[in-house]
Design a protein around this ligand. Structure first.
Ligand code: PMH
Length: 382
């Protein structure tokens, strides 16, 4: 049996992810840990595969958004510590403890509820989340932190391993808001009676720009995938990053359209002269959104525009001449000596690179490259 039966696939270069983790880990002072953020299926790259290679390259801890993502990694054999960054329902505490997963506590009442669920012989490891200015999850008041510490003192089933916060603007050139958050978090740390082992605040942007906010761990997502946290700070990246995600398809049909004939739903594209048109088996259900009408793709190193509306499963490309069915078409990545970057697609969509890699759906099989060879192929359908 083949790993997939369609001519569309994403290629994930795990060698690049390895190099990105290593180059960032090597910059850190001795003793500073690295969390590899593999939520959202490793930002669309594949959580398990990215987790494996990140750990190999020196990451110490994994981070995901919610409990299901953490359990999924455990079920695939990942034994490294995993932190759930988002809210875990207190009624799922015993499940988290069963799988040995660290959860985030962001309010004292959460602990009271969680205690009801936890079995007597179970322990649950916690990181306290502080809201220093993100306005999302986290304690803001000293009293809440005191209550959390007191509760844990009286309930040894709970272990406070870490305390953290998250920056809202560390990828922006103006550092005012970042500095305010940094100061607020420092103050929150001073409220603690006992300082937990792991203090962390930095995402990719702040860990690459501000050494002072390393504390003793950083949480790295986007830069591990080889992408800049923002275009604004791209020139400030202290290390080279290698993009890991590329997206490819093949010409499945090539035909000549006569002048005046149209392409796709709405007949929005009508060439004035006879024109060669190629059909590609990728569409908006794969995450190649309708808004990408008009973007260029690469064939034999040449930039060619998508014409007509993008359909659910297919779209059409304007060809310079008759080309053969089976020709490789690159939507993201290198083809010949031309490249379409994730950022180029993001700009076209008026969004950020994070969203582009996350939006390529699970219908698209992922081909993993390790040590320059295809290591495995993951197809969520078969
Ligand atoms: N820590 C937390 C709490 C996060 O939410 C994220 C990313 C990271 C670390 C990693 O950030 P980086 O990818 O910039 O390195 N979270 C999100 C988010 O919620 N929306 O976009 C990125």
């Amino acid at each position: 049996m083949e790993a997939y039966y369609r001519d569309t696939w994403a290629e994930i270069n795990l060698d690049h992810i390895y190099d990105n983790v290593k180059v960032m880990k090597d910059r850190l002072p001795e003793g500073v840990k690295m969390f590899a953020v593999v939520k959202a299926n490793g930002y669309g790259h594949g959580d398990w595969q990215v987790a494996q290679v990140a750990l190999e390259a020196g990451a110490d801890y994994l981070a995901v958004a919610f409990l299901d993502e953490a359990i999924s990694l455990r079920k695939k054999g990942i034994e490294a510590p995993i932190l759930v960054l988002g809210a875990t329902r207190p009624s799922d505490s015993s499940v988290a403890a069963y799988w040995g997963i660290t959860v985030t506590v962001f309010h004292p009442t959460w602990l009271i509820e969680a205690k009801k669920d936890l079995k007597e012989n179970q322990t649950l490891t916690l990181h306290i989340k502080c809201d220093s200015g993100m306005g999302r999850l986290g304690i803001k008041d000293r009293q809440d932190l005191v209550q959390i510490e007191e509760f844990v003192e009286d309930n040894p089933q709970f272990i406070i391993e870490g305390m953290y916060t998250h920056f809202a603007t560390s990828d922006e050139l103006d550092v005012t808001y970042y500095e305010n958050q940094y100061t607020t978090f420092q103050e929150m740390l001073s409220w603690l009676k006992i300082r937990p082992d792991i203090i962390h605040a930095s995402n990719s942007a702040s860990s690459l720009r501000f050494d002072k906010s390393h504390f003793n761990a950083i949480r790295v997502g986007i830069s591990m995938y080889g992408l800049t946290p923002s275009l604004e700070m791209e020139h400030l990246l202290p290390v080279p990053l290698k993009e890991a995600f590329s997206l490819h398809t093949k010409l499945v049909h090539v035909k000549k359209l006569k002048a005046g004939e149209s392409v796709s739903y709405g007949a929005t594209y009508t060439p004035e002269e006879d024109e060669w048109i190629g059909t590609l088996p990728i569409g908006y259900a794969d995450g190649w959104l309708r808004k990408l009408q008009g973007i260029e793709v690469l064939i034999r190193g040449e930039r060619l525009p998508l014409v007509g509306r993008i359909c659910m499963d297919q779209c059409m490309v304007k060809l310079p001449k008759r080309l053969e069915v089976g020709e490789t078409v690159t939507l993201i990545g290198w083809n010949g000596n031309q490249r379409i970057s994730v950022n180029e697609v993001a700009v076209k969509l008026n969004t950020i690179n994070y969203e582009v890699v996350c939006m390529i759906s699970s219908r698209v099989p992922r081909k993993y490259i390790r040590n320059k060879n295809v290591q495995c192929i993951h197809n969520s359908l078969l």
